[in-house]
Design a protein around this ligand. Structure first.
Ligand code: UGA
Length: 369
């Protein structure tokens, strides 16, 4: 389409995350349809995160521009650099060759996801040894070579990017005859799956080895706070795991609609990545699931509460009121370490917090995976 409508030389900028060497494919197609017009392809990967996109855009850690290492390629890179130079300090605009730019995007997401899997792997060991993952992460993160960010243990990472990009990286490694490297990165996803399973098993084993017909309230369904996005959210796997043992689930998320939740729980993995017209038109309703717009209603008469997204409002709920209206013993499983564990225990809850020293109740009931 670009070749069809172009009447003068063009710079084409890849912003989407793509497999390495995509620029070459774009270039070939354009050249074969060019009618004498010259095209330069640049890779300028996007590093914005959901919920902080505008701040990230105005104050990026860096802007990355990759182009061909030819006089025309350098000129195209310079042209795009001048656009960013309007608001980004020059030292933060990195220029590389095309393949480095394409690969750096995948590598950055893989490194970020790897940090979460590393801290989540530690969280399992913390629970077994009596260490506290928040203290360990803080101690480790104060080493300036490691840094403090992105070390929050969780029920698992989600979002439309991390898993897809790592699988993309794994595929490229396999295609290039690097099975050991592929296996290395695959492990980041395996630990993420392990963490979600571990969380479900912890819930089931704590509640006398079954959640069948018990009401479990889910607080938070989005893959992270301040967004209604549910793509690859760990909440899907946790809910499916609980539904597998026939729990009755009641969900509250400040931004996610009942339609979205029903769709997510009835769709197959990665169906969300298909165009809308290829997604199931009217997903079958999962009957054991109800969705409300009120945290107190979701938790009323529940046997357990699970926090799966770190929404700020969950910190200031009236947990005494929640406890009073729940079945006893009342359990809370905090998959994001956002709740005040001591206060909850004072109220009377049995509390599980990822990677924290275990409640006496849970000690004799190890979660099997
Ligand atoms: C991620 C990257 O952070 C962006 O730089 C990138 O541009 C984007 O993917 C993309 O490729 O489009 P995003 O998926 O919006 O951004 O969200 P993140 O803030 O990275 O969080 C990803 C997941 O990791 C969430 O489920 C979050 O809850 C989880 N997480 C994050 C943790 O479990 N622990 C942490 O310490 C941090």
């Amino acid at each position: 389409m670009i070749a069809d409508v172009s009447v003068s030389d063009k710079i084409v900028v890849e912003k989407s995350t793509v497999p390495v060497k995509t620029a070459e494919a774009i270039e070939k197609i354009l050249i074969h349809n060019s009618k004498g017009i010259k095209f330069q392809i640049l890779s300028n990967p996007e590093f914005l995160a959901e919920g902080t996109a505008i701040t990230d855009l105005f104050n990026p850690d860096r802007v990355l521009i990759g182009g061909r290492e030819t006089p025309e390629g350098f000129k195209a890179v310079q042209t795009l650099k001048e656009v960013y130079a309007n608001w980004v300090p020059e030292g933060q605009i990195i220029t590389t060759n095309l393949w480095s730019a394409e690969l750096s995007k995948l590598a950055a997401n893989a490194f970020l996801a790897q940090r979460i899997s590393s801290v989540n792997a530690m969280s399992a060991l913390c629970e077994s040894t009596g260490a506290d993952v928040t203290q360990v992460a803080y101690a480790v993160g104060t080493d300036s070579r490691i840094g403090p960010k992105f070390l929050n243990a969780s029920v698992g990472f989600g979002g439309s990017c991390f898993q897809k990009d790592i699988l993309n990286l794994v595929y490229i490694c396999q295609c290039n005859g690097l099975p050991e490297v592929a296996e290395y990165w695959k492990q980041v996803i395996k630990i993420n799956d392990y963490q979600k399973n571990r969380f479900v098993n912890r819930i089931v084993s704590s509640m006398f080895n079954t959640v069948s017909n018990k009401k479990v309230a889910i607080l938070g369904f989005a893959f992270k706070k301040d967004t209604g996005d549910t793509r690859e959210t760990p909440a899907i796997d946790v809910c499916k795991g609980l539904l597998g043992d026939k729990a009755q689930i009641s969900i509250y998320d400040p931004q996610v609609t009942v339609d979205q939740i029903q769709r997510d729980l009835s769709m197959k993995k990665f169906d969300w990545d298909h165009p809308l017209h290829l997604q199931p038109m009217s997903p079958t309703t999962v009957k054991q699931v109800s969705v409300t717009w009120d945290a107190y209603e979701a938790t009323k008469d529940a046997h357990a509460v699970c926090v799966l997204t770190e929404w700020d409002e969950f910190k200031s709920l009236d947990y005494q009121k929640i406890f009073d209206n729940m079945q006893k013993p009342a359990f809370i499983f905090d998959g994001r370490n956002v709740l005040n564990v001591d206060k909850l225990r004072e109220i009377g809850f049995i509390v599980y917090s990822i990677g924290k020293p275990l409640d006496a109740w849970l000690k004799d009931m190890p979660a099997f995976v």
